[in-house]
Write a protein of this length. Structure first.
Length: 256
């Protein structure tokens, strides 16, 4: 009996510490400073890439003839996907602190309370539910930092490609017989003729933008979803049962 009360006391203290001290710490911007800084830098990159795509698409569309029109339309359509990346980044920035509050102020204390009920009442249902809630709280708290860590490793490989795409639209020059001009001026100055070199240049620009946009979508949208799916799979492996089947079994026990 004494052992039960000790366990209950430890769980109660853990719930109080989690709801008061840890919740404030784990949801503070200082604690997630590196993650938030990375997300802010990522947003700046998305905005720069969007602006570069708009400038490039407009310039390519100004070339006479229909040879480059499909390329301009493709870049314009692809750049619209960056809105998804922007929304995902704003959501991640909000969730990285909000999930700390939800996990440590509500879910983990709730798991501790359920363990106390299990100790006092002896119902395995409370223990199973406490483990599930506790694991879910930890997974929810870790999903954004883990996805950011994976995104950083990908960015280290493709960051040069994205920056090169932005610089390509701003600083790329084409050699002429008399002088080298800015990319925008070169395109508009050749308004009277469309050459194969110009078309090839436009195709290269389109390829660079598509590659960069694909990297942004993967790092901002697909990786967080993939990390959450992986955590869900790992939790099910640890528990060994589906949540739905658990509640169905307990419902039969209660009604029996």
């Amino acid at each position: 009996m004494k052992k039960k009360w000790i366990i209950c006391l430890i769980c109660a203290l853990s719930a109080v510490v989690s709801a008061t001290g840890l919740a404030d710490k784990m949801s503070s911007k200082d604690f997630h400073q590196d993650t938030i800084q990375y997300i802010d830098n990522k947003k700046d990159t998305v905005l720069a890439l969007t602006a570069a795509a708009a400038v490039t698409s407009t310039a390519i569309a100004a070339v006479p003839g229909d040879a480059t029109t499909p390329i301009a339309n493709t870049i314009s359509d692809a750049s619209e996907k960056l809105i998804i990346a922007t929304c995902a980044l704003y959501l991640e920035k909000y969730l990285v602190t909000a999930l700390g509050t939800v996990s440590f102020r509500f879910l983990i204390p709730l798991a501790c309370i359920l363990i106390i009920l299990y100790v006092l009442l002896g119902r395995k249902f409370f223990c199973d539910l406490a483990i599930r809630i506790g694991l879910f709280a930890i997974a929810s708290f870790m999903v954004i930092p883990c996805s950011v860590a994976i995104s950083k490793s990908i960015d280290s490989t493709f960051s040069d490609t994205i920056q090169e795409t932005i610089d390509y639209s701003e600083n790329e020059t084409i050699e002429e017989d008399t002088e080298s001009k800015n990319w925008w001026n070169t395109i508009t100055d050749t308004i009277t003729k469309t050459t194969s070199d110009t078309v090839e240049y436009c195709k290269n620009a389109m390829g660079k933008f598509i590659d960069s946009i694909a990297v942004m979508i993967v790092t901002t949208c697909l990786i967080p979803v993939g990390v959450m799916i992986l955590f869900t799979y790992l939790i099910r492996m640890v528990i060994g049962l589906d949540v739905t089947s658990l509640f169905k079994e307990r419902k039969k026990e209660i009604t029996a």
